[in-house]
Design a protein around this ligand. Structure first.
Ligand code: TYD
Ligand code: ZN
Length: 406
């Protein structure tokens, strides 16, 4: 499979194929699985700019539908993180006479609620109507649409230039990233910053976190690729800083060229990426081989536990569960249920693998022997809250960075 880069039109070479997959966040009702959308989950890297990207093109309307079930406020750790970030923006960036902050993909308002409470001008741009409604209930001003080059002009005309543009776990989702960068160039004020944090390629490779690859992740960013992507669109990478969310993320700060000094994080991380071989195909192909080995080990372990008469269930139904269960061929015959705290996922099934999603109460009342922690990036929070499971002899099964039992 060959493709051209969505950023620079260079040749993209595939390095991993995780099979035919449905949408990660579809969570259909059990009776709605007859004509599930499927695509080949192949990911490649651009030879020219090193941007890692999905080879298939999936229409965004298929992904961010009205019932989009991801709620950013579901995790206490995430909520605190975004509140802290909002305070940082209020203290450091939104200090002028009448500052303005715009957030792309503001979800349920987890970050902007703090900004709104401080009485600062803001705008969320969120196409999924249910989560947008949730943020409105928190006093957040939201525009229900996609952000791109054409929406930036009208937003600037109405609200003026942005001091801060923000996006979390959304910018890497947008296949028309080039248009978003053009839009950011238009909307940002002369001293403004475009800050976004997204799962980091370096962490994905280091931990063999292959389940971060699914339809919504059009890209997996690195510092080198973001620096290369920003430049042709008239933006400059001025800072990069690791963030310990989603199993390893990076926060990137873009500014107007020359408007801000480039922070020491940029050269330091570029050097670390070179040492890790992030821009080299051999590194990514080795990752693909490790993913295959982990799949084989996980299916073998679950198979042998079941052969011994143990029950294995799942904990957490992040989008990642779709990739891993479909890649491993796990269905409800192997994993009878997975529990998740998100009400809109409960009573539904994981796309493709059709494992039912139940409430955490069902898990607590079950006599499961093993629980695969699909929400492995929330391990600390979940293991603390489910202490009773381990106390009664239940064991956690993880597959990142290797298959292991806790
Ligand atoms: P997350 O890793 O945040 O997102 P993604 O879908 O992008 O991979 O998803 C974590 C999932 O785990 C989410 O569906 C909520 C669920 N969860 C619980 O069920 N219990 C918990 O205690 C926590 C923290 C999360
Ligand atoms: Zn490219």
């Amino acid at each position: 499979m060959d493709a051209s880069c969505r950023i620079c039109s260079g040749p993209v070479k595939a390095f991993v194929d995780l099979g035919r997959q449905p949408r990660g966040n579809a969570f259909p009702r059990a009776g709605q699985v007859a004509d599930e959308f499927r695509y080949q989950l192949v990911v490649g890297m651009c030879d020219t700019c090193t941007m890692v990207q999905l080879m298939a093109d999936i229409p965004q309307e298929v992904r961010y539908h009205d019932e989009y079930p991801y709620h950013a406020s579901n995790s206490v750790v995430h909520s605190r993180h975004f509140e802290g970030l909002a305070r940082h923006f209020l203290d450091k960036e939104l200090t002028g006479p009448d500052p303005f902050i715009a957030e792309i993909g503001s979800n349920d308002g987890v970050m902007l609620a703090t900004i709104a409470a401080a009485g600062v001008r803001h705008l969320g741009i969120e196409p999924s109507t249910q989560v947008a409604e949730m943020s409105r209930a928190r006093g957040v001003r939201v525009l229900s649409q996609f952000f791109d080059e054409s929406s930036a002009g009208p937003i600037r005309a109405e609200h003026g230039p942005a001091d801060v543009m923000f996006g979390a776990n959304v910018i890497a989702h947008i296949s028309h990233l080039a248009s978003v960068l053009k839009g950011a160039k238009k909307l940002l004020g002369p001293g403004g910053v475009f800050v976004f944090e997204e799962p980091y390629l370096g962490s994905v490779i280091e931990q063999t976190a292959f389940d971060i690859l699914y339809d919504e992740h059009s890209f997996v960013f690195s510092v080198r690729a973001i620096q290369a992507a920003a430049e042709p669109y008239g933006l400059e990478l001025v800072d990069a800083e690791p963030v310990a969310l989603h199993g390893g993320s990076m926060r990137y700060t873009l500014g107007q060229p020359g408007a801000r000094p480039v922070g020491p994080g940029v050269p330091a991380l570029l050097a670390a990426e070179a040492a890790q071989g992030l821009g080299e195909h051999a590194t990514l192909e080795a990752f693909a081989r490790r993913a295959e080995r982990i799949r084989d080990e996980l299916t073998a372990l679950v198979g042998s536990l079941r052969a011994e008469g143990r029950t294995v269930v799942g904990y957490g139904a992040p989008a990642k569960i779709t990739t891993v269960t479909n890649y491993c061929g796990f269905g409800p015959d192997v994993i009878p249920f997975v529990c998740d705290s998100t009400p809109s996922k409960q009573g539904r099934v994981v796309a493709g693998s059709h494992i039912p999603v139940v409430t955490p109460a069902v898990f607590a009342e079950s006599d499961a022997d093993y629980a695969i922690l699909f929400a492995w990036n929330h391990a600390e929070e979940i293991m603390a809250k489910e202490r009773a499971f381990a106390a009664r002899g239940g064991r956690w099964l993880l597959y990142v960075p290797e298959v292991h039992i806790v």
